[in-house]
Structures are given as C-alpha cells and as structure tokens.
Design a protein around this ligand. Structure first.
Ligand code: NAD
Ligand code: UDP
Ligand code: UDP
Length: 311
C-alpha cells in the first residue's frame, strides 16, 4: 500500500486518478485549492478512510511523507487559465518547484502532467516527443504553454542535478465525466449546447483538428508511466491518435444527442493550434499502452454524465 499525493486531485482528471488509485488499495492524499476543481468530483471518495483531502495552494511549500506524487495542479481550460494568467504561471512554476523539493526530500517518484500545448501550433504532424514545438512566448496562451514548458525543464534539471525520480507525460485533449459543464472546452461546450438545443459554437471554420482521448485511457497511461524504472523519465505522449476536425466533433455530438441544435460559426481565438495528433509509438513500446475507448463510446458516456447532472 503506497502513500500517493495527487495535486489538483479534485479536478476533472485528478478525481478519476484518485478513484482508481484508491480502488487499487493505496492511501490517497488529494491536494487542491478548488480553483477549478470541485468537492462534488470527489464526493463518492470522501467516506473512504484511505482518502485524505487537503485544501492547499501548491505555490506555497507543502511538507509530508509520501511515496509517489502526481502533479496535476493547474487550470487546463483556456477560459480558466487566461482568467488570471499570472497566477497560472505561478501555479505551474512555483508549484512544480515546491513539488520537486518535496520529491527530492522524500525520495518520492513524481509525475508531471504536461501537455500537447508544449508543441504549440505544430508544424510537425503527428507530434513526436523529439519535436521541440512552435510556441508563441508572448501570446494569450503563453501563460499555460510556456509555464508547462519551463516545468518540463525544471523536472529534467531536478533529475540531472538532484537525481529526483521524475516522469513527464504530455497529455493530449482529454474528456469525460467530471468535466465542468461551463469550463469552455470544446467537448463540454458542444454537449451542453446540444442537450439544451442551443447553437453549437464552432470557432473559426471548424477545420482545425484535435485528437480526443477518453479519461480512463489517460489514467491507465499515467499509472503505467509511474510504474516504469527510474532511468525512464519521458516525456511520453499520452493521447488517442484518431484525429477529428472540430466540425466533425460538432456533427457527432448533435447525432449522438439527437439534438435540434444548429451549427454556428464564431471568430477563432488567437494562436489556436490548427492541428494536433500524437505519435504514440513511445507509449506503445515503453508502457505497452494503447487507448481502448473510441470517440463514439466515450462521448456517449460523457453525454450520459452531463444528462445526469443537468436534469
Ligand atoms: P482541471 O482544471 O479540472 O483540474 C485542475 C485542478 O488543479 C483543479 O482541481 C484546480 O482546483 C487545481 N488547482 C489549480 N490551481 C491550483 C493551485 N495553485 N494549488 C492547488 N490546486 C490547484 O483540469 P484537468 O483537465 O483535470 O487537468 C489536470 C492537469 O492535466 C492539468 O495540469 C492540465 O494542465 C493537464 N492536462 C489536461 C489536459 C486535458 O485535456 N484535460 C490536457 C493536457 C494536460
Ligand atoms: N519544499 C516543499 N516541501 C518539501 C521540501 C521542499 O514544499 O518537503 C519546497 C521548499 O520550500 C523550496 C522548494 O520546495 O522552496 C524547492 O526545494 P529545494 O530543496 O529544491 O530547494 P531549496 O530549498 O534549496 O531552495
Ligand atoms: N472550440 C470551438 N468551440 C467551442 C470551444 C472550443 O470551436 O465552443 C475549438 C477551439 O477553438 C479549439 C478546439 O475547439 O480549436 C479545442 O478547444 P479546447 O479549448 O477544448 O482545447 P485546446 O484548444 O486547448 O486544444
């Protein structure tokens, strides 16, 4: 039985990870400041005696004894990370320094939830881990993208300088139950709009692409990455390589919900990446991992979840 810390544990992905690790028989400490996370996400876990909830902001030091750390604390939706861009950088960077300090002191393994955003608006397609990316350092997405990039640097420097036991995964667009209905990301927006028979808001002409991963597949990849030996640090892409245009996603959501919604077109936000698709050969080889839940099935499960909370 391990003592496992999950920062950002009350968020969308964190809540699934907490549940899975508890199910595997570990002690789970969920640390969160509830900026975008919610107690509702972890309500089913609260009565479990092996689950601990800590209200704390990762930009401040945190001391405990721990075996493994999953560092997820950071708002992930563009609306939320742009709401207080400076705080987003602080959360990423100061949070990572504190968590790495904790890992160094305790000898714990520490996994960073990095992102496909480190590739920016990629000119290499699909994206392999060896691609250095095409990121605007001064734009509206930079607080998130550059924050995550410097955290990867910090993780590698704690590994080289302090022999910290680090792991980096680059997560591609992930969706599923416990996403906030109003957090502005495309899957939750489209499902809520479809369920309410409101216009489906496509930004730009909808030809930009994303590759959508169901949250259970991601959690499996995270756990497999954590279990690798200390000589393997990553970064490793974790995502579903099936690529869809945003227009295709809108049409699929309308079909699956049986909605009367029409598609409408709004301006494309600045620096919106035109394409994104992971090359997952490294995860396949090193983790023996593959995504198993495809978009139709994952969307159906997510639609059922949103129905259960909105009616
Ligand atoms: P989320 O917003 O639902 O979860 C983030 C959690 O971090 C929330 O519970 C929030 O309250 C908490 N948090 C924010 N600032 C904090 C602080 N200063 N101290 C403590 N807690 C803080 O987002 P998510 O989709 O669950 O993403 C989790 C992680 O995965 C993030 O680091 C994100 O960058 C990364 N990621 C997510 C995706 C995706 O598609 N969902 C893709 C790539 C990377
Ligand atoms: N830190 C922490 N918990 C710990 C150990 C360290 O929050 O258990 C913080 C500490 O406050 C410091 C940061 O992590 O600001 C980095 O720690 P490190 O030991 O790498 O650097 P130093 O303390 O030498 O600046
Ligand atoms: N998007 C959209 N309509 C929405 C929300 C998002 O067309 O209501 C687009 C957005 O411009 C982007 C894609 O969908 O091209 C994915 O957006 P999201 O914010 O979910 O993730 P990210 O851009 O970080 O991949």
């Amino acid at each position: 039985m391990k003592q496992i810390l999950i920062t950002g544990g009350a968020g969308f992905i964190g809540s699934h990870l907490c549940a899975r690790l508890l199910k595997e028989g570990h002690n789970v400490v969920c640390l969160d400041n509830f900026f975008t996370g919610s107690k509702k996400n972890i309500l089913p876990l609260i009565s479990n005696p092996f689950f601990e909830l800590v209200r704390h902001d990762v930009t401040y030091p945190y001391y405990t004894d721990i075996d493994e750390i999953y560092n997820l604390a950071c708002p992930a939706s563009p609306i939320h990370y742009q709401y207080d861009a400076i705080q987003t950088v602080k959360t990423s960077v100061m949070g990572a320094i504190n968590i790495l300090g904790l890992a160094k002191r305790t000898g714990a393994k520490v996994l960073q939830a990095s992102t496909s955003e480190v590739y920016g608006d990629p000119v290499v397609h699909p994206q392999t881990e060896s691609y250095w990316g095409n990121v605007n350092p001064i734009g509206i997405r930079s607080c998130y993208d550059e924050g995550k990039r410097v955290v990867e640097t910090l993780f590698m420097d704690y590994y080289r300088q302090n022999q910290a036991r680090i792991k980096i995964i680059r997560i591609f667009n992930t969706y599923g139950p416990n996403m906030m209905p109003n957090d502005g990301r495309v899957v939750s927006n489209f499902i809520m709009q479809a369920l309410n028979n409101e216009d489906i808001t496509i930004y730009g002409d909808g030809s930009q692409t994303r590759s959508f991963q169901y949250v259970d597949d991601l959690v499996e990849g995270m756990i497999r990455m954590m279990a690798t030996g200390d000589d393997f640090t990553g970064p490793v892409n974790i995502g579903n390589p099936n690529e869809f245009t945003i227009r295709q996603l809108g049409e699929l959501v309308v079909k699956l919900t049986g909605s009367r919604s029409k598609i409408c077109y709004l301006p494309l936000p600045n620096d919106d990446p035109k394409q994104r698709k992971p090359d997952i050969s490294l995860a396949q080889n090193k983790l023996n991992w593959n995504p198993t839940i495809q978009l139709d099935e994952g969307l159906q499960r997510t639609i059922d979840y949103f129905k259960s909370i909105s009616y």
